[in-house]
Design a protein around this ligand. Structure first.
Ligand code: CBY
Length: 433
């Protein structure tokens, strides 16, 4: 009797210490499934006819366990149409990569995407866009976009057996401050996607020459250690918005971690706890966290079998609407400042209704005093991205951007999501990253 007990305890201990630790079984249980369903529905309802379709959303829905086939097919058609119409001229390399992954996850061939009588080869297009990124690095020292997108590019090219040299790729994604740090802060998001890209290189295609194999292992070890160093006591890794990607990366790199280095279930529960608080109401945020809740990663897209999918996510036709009520006013101060050359620093106090977002404050002040507070923005997949204030433009080649702050602390949400509070000191500051 005692022997059986001892064997059972040893067994449990071994399970705990096994590579990946508690992560075997690090997915939601049936009781938690409604939270995942909630995220899926939010993503589906967020689809807006006037905004471009978002490949990250379809990618995440395809990696989920429950499906609504009609909606997924509809999204795929819209993405194909968008790719045919806009990809060559206006997609960044990372956008092409995400479109490729979304197509592959839908069991559709990214080399042959058709809509309205036209066809495009997204893999060839990505090869060209990736080349342009490398040329920009050679000329300006920076890619056209950033190392997050370069990692997405490598991941997509690797998964689709596109043209890619493992030797130069491992040099490209090797440790480096300018690659993996944004404004002095280690970018967990970037490192996470880089890990997925490296693991793909390790496991796909021809066996690697020993030197390249070693280099890849060194890169991954550095990236894993850096990510683990960003782990917080509450289970978040980086911040809550990088945690989903970090979970994907750590779950495919368990052989690089010391036993017990990461408690996957703690992180999973931290994320689940945040869902009812509306933390992932931005559909892009939801898309980046969903797959980790199902214990899936972007490396799984090539393994999906679409014909086996259940069609078991029914949706009510009525979209949820938020109640409208009269809200009290609040007062905030708003500052715009050139923190790079110190050419201007202007402040104003404004009144907005309670529950207003940062972007609203910017619009109200622009109307009040356009000479000081005029700004421009572009619509990104995350929402409005501020590109200039008082005519001063953010410039990727100079690594400048408009940083959002509250009471002197950089925000972890964009202008379209961050809800402001009474007597808050808001600032938009020209900064180098
Ligand atoms: N996607 C990309 O190219 C973006 C990659 C990313 C690392 C991204 C975060 C990570 C992700 N998971 O998607 C990223 N941000 C980058 C690279 C950048 C830089 C963009 C310029 C470039 N080189 O391409 C830059 C300028 C440093 C940057 N992010 C700025 C900002 C601020 C935007 C302010 C503005 N001008 O509107 C802001 C708001 C930070 C601030 N306080 O000013 C910001 N980023 C935030 C908060 C975020 C997070 C968004 C979270 C949220 N809920 O809204 C982020 C997830 C993300 C998007 N940035 Co950047 C990081 C995080 O907090 N975990 C590829 C494309 C195809 O989709």
């Amino acid at each position: 009797m005692r022997r059986t007990l001892v064997i059972m305890l040893v067994g449990l201990l071994l399970l705990y210490l096994a590579p990946g630790g508690l992560c075997q079984g690090c997915a939601v249980n049936e009781a938690e499934r409604p939270l995942v369903r909630d995220l899926q529905k939010k993503m589906i309802y967020s689809v807006n006819v006037s905004a471009p379709p978002n490949p990250s959303i379809l990618l995440a829905l395809r990696l989920a366990q429950e499906h609504n086939k009609r909606i997924e097919q509809d999204m795929l058609n819209k993405l194909s149409q968008d790719a045919v119409e806009r990809a060559v001229a206006s997609f960044s390399s990372g956008q092409v990569a995400l479109h490729i992954l979304a197509q592959q996850a839908s069991c559709s061939d990214p080399r042959c995407v058709s809509a309205n009588g036209s066809t495009i080869n997204l893999v060839r297009l990505l090869e060209q866009k990736f080349k342009a990124e490398l040329q920009n690095i050679a000329i300006h020292g920076n890619p056209l976009t950033n190392f997050y997108q370069l990692s997405l590019d490598v991941l997509a090219l690797c998964q689709l057996n596109g043209r890619l040299s493992p030797a130069s790729t491992s040099a490209l994604l090797s440790p480096g401050h300018k690659k993996y740090y944004l404004g002095g802060q280690f970018s967990v998001d970037t490192a996470a996607v880089a890990i997925l890209a490296h693991i793909c290189l390790q496991t796909r295609g021809q066996p690697l020459p020993p030197k390249v194999y070693k280099k890849i292992r060194q890169n991954v070890q550095w990236l894993v250690d850096k990510i683990l160093a960003e782990k917080r006591r509450d289970g978040e890794i980086g911040n809550i918005y990088s945690t989903g990607l970090a979970m994907q990366a750590l779950s495919v790199s368990s052989s690089y971690q010391k036993p017990g280095a990461w408690n996957c279930l703690q992180t999973l529960h931290r994320v689940l706890d945040k869902i009812p608080q509306g933390t992932f109401k931005n559909p892009m945020a939801a898309s980046q966290v969903l797959s980790s809740l199902e214990n899936r990663t972007y490396l799984d897209v090539s393994r999906l079998n679409c014909s086996m999918d259940p069609d078991n996510l029914p949706l009510s036709t009525a979209r949820p609407t938020s109640p409208t009520s009269r809200l009290p006013s609040i007062r905030v101060t708003y500052t715009v400042a050139d923190g790079v050359n110190n050419t201007f620093n202007d402040s104003i106090s404004v009144t907005v209704t309670q529950g207003s977002i940062f972007f609203k404050v910017m619009e109200v002040t622009q109307d009040k005093d356009p000479s000081k507070f005029s700004f421009t923005y572009t619509q990104s997949s995350w929402g409005p991205y501020i590109t200039s204030v008082q005519g001063l433009q953010a410039d990727n080649n100079h690594r400048t951007y408009w940083q959002l702050l509250s009471n002197g602390i950089p925000l972890s949400q964009g202008a379209g999501d961050y809800v402001v509070s009474n007597s808050e000191r808001l600032e938009v500051k020209f900064t180098v990253y």
